[in-house]
Design a protein around this ligand. Structure first.
Ligand SMILES: C[S@@+](CC[C@H](N)C(=O)[O-])C[C@H]1O[C@@H](n2cnc3c(N)ncnc32)[C@H](O)[C@@H]1O
Length: 276
């Protein structure tokens, strides 16, 4: 497969990272003013995370580092990896301003084992709009398994593939408009905005993305020899994924369907362990 999707997507993230760091949605200033503050993404999964203190953790596709710093605040010794230099610059600034001891590494997700070494981590943490930028879920699963030490754990929260398959331009109905299963060709999109409130006008709007069915993701992990230990589907998502049909819940900072929540999973949390 042509690797040009990387350059196209990197430009998109390069432009958006500073706007995300400046937005109230990511709440960077709250990390600085409150040393106990955690991102709402990490807070959502606290009941499932368990004790991560002392674990050597890697945040794959860490973006501007808000979740990475949150994991460090829970006691994990974190490394963040992303392919966007401007996202990493924001992440390093956040770590410096909050006194968090986190390493940030620039690399493509598929190159993580080569760059960071095999069997290095107790915990790989990732998700919430990460897997859709990778064309091949099996290559991702092999990468995760390669990064973990025997007995190490993957913690993934991600948009549900059924949610990604819905056409978000339909603001009154749930309409399946995009593939559910992984396809060889990307979904090419030219959206002008981003998922946070911002006045910034972007020019690098093209993206290439892929959906990965839930069975494809689970099977890809099982085929590496990893053992699935938890899989929960949620009726909420951390961004307004279906505009016009969702309401924000201030309690957990998640978005849910206004009506008929029982119809559709919006995100899932998956955990898997590498065999000893
Ligand atoms: C939506 S953000 C990650 C979400 C994260 N949960 C957050 O909100 O902070 C997606 C990130 O994936 C990164 N990314 C996309 N494709 C990548 C790749 N092939 N290798 C490494 N990072 C990649 C982007 O640079 C971006 O920072």
């Amino acid at each position: 497969m042509s690797e040009s999707y990387r350059d196209i997507n990197r430009l998109h993230w390069e432009e958006r990272a500073p706007a995300h760091a400046a937005s109230t949605d990511y709440g960077v200033e709250r990390f600085v003013s409150d040393p106990a503050h955690l991102s709402s993404v990490v807070r959502f999964d606290l009941p499932r995370l368990g004790d991560v203190a002392g674990l050597r953790g890697l945040h794959l596709q860490c973006h501007i580092g808000t979740d990475t710093v949150s994991m460090a605040r829970l006691g994990a010794r974190m490394t963040g990896l992303d392919f966007s230099p401007s996202a990493l610059a924001e992440a390093r600034t956040l770590a410096a301003r909050t006194g968090a001891d986190v390493d940030f590494v620039e690399a493509d997700a598929y190159d993580a084992v080569e760059v960071l070494g095999p069997g290095t981590f107790d915990l790989v943490f990732t998700g919430v709009g990460a897997l859709c930028w990778l064309p091949d879920i099996r290559r991702w699963a092999t990468t995760v398994a390669g990064l973990l030490r025997p007995g190490g754990r993957l913690f993934l929260r991600e948009g549900h593939p059924l949610m990604w398959a819905l056409d978000e331009t339909h603001t009154a109905d749930l309409v399946v408009g995009y593939p559910y299963f992984e396809q060889p060709d990307p979904l090419v999109s030219d959206e002008e905005g981003t998922y946070v409130e911002t006045d910034v006008e972007f020019t690098a709007n093209r993206t290439h993305s892929w959906n990965h069915g839930l069975g494809e993701t689970v099977s890809a992990l099982l085929d590496t020899g990893m053992v699935l230990t938890a899989l929960q589907e949620h009726d909420s998502v951390p961004w307004e994924a279906l505009p016009g049909q969702m309401v924000h819940d201030d309690e957990d900072d998640e978005w849910r369907l206004v009506t008929g929540r029982e119809r559709l999973p919006l995100t899932y949390t998956l955990q898997a362990v590498k065999g000893s």
